[in-house]
Ligand binder design. Sequence first.
Ligand code: IMP
Ligand code: MG
Length: 179
Amino acid sequence: MTDEVGEILIPSDRIAVRVRELGRTLADTYAGREPVVVAIMKGCVMFLADLVRAWGGTMDLEFVSARSYEGTRPGRVRVALPEDLGEKVAGRPVLVLDDIFDTGGTLAAVCCEIERLRPAELKTLVLLKKRRSRDGGSPGRSPDWVGFEIEDRFVVGYGLDHEGRFRNLPFVAALREDA
Ligand code: IMP
Ligand code: MG
């Protein structure tokens, strides 16, 4: 395992500090409201668990799945929603949560599906955003909130995987190029 995982880019203590900041921002933003948090599985599972506890407000949690990556390369996005998501989301503020924004294709595809369900408001938050996605090629809007901007490398840990592995690392690390 360790020879595939390279440099630690974001240690767990920095993640914890940033997650607490984001929790405070969300507590302010959604004060007095009860949003539906729609988490894109599985990558944001660690982030979700830490964030909603730091946030501490009243909310519903819903899960959707989106798959795009084949190995370390993006492909066509497939989104799966629970059947009753429409009832939960209609007329409510919705916050879509993902682990990482790379091309933006995943977030755009999920937001497009959610918009059809007529939420009162739709906002997006990602833990990581790759720097290259800012300078073009992104099919959708940028996230409303970003935990960390990172360089354009394939990363693992804190929920992010490579072919299903390394999600349980407590930090974000680069996958070694030769892995
Ligand atoms: P996008 O659709 O290109 O923005 O990619 C977003 C999705 O691809 C995320 O939800 C991740 O599941 C996956 N992904 C993108 N970059 C990485 C990475 O560096 N490590 C692990 N997963 C990634
Ligand atoms: Mg993902």
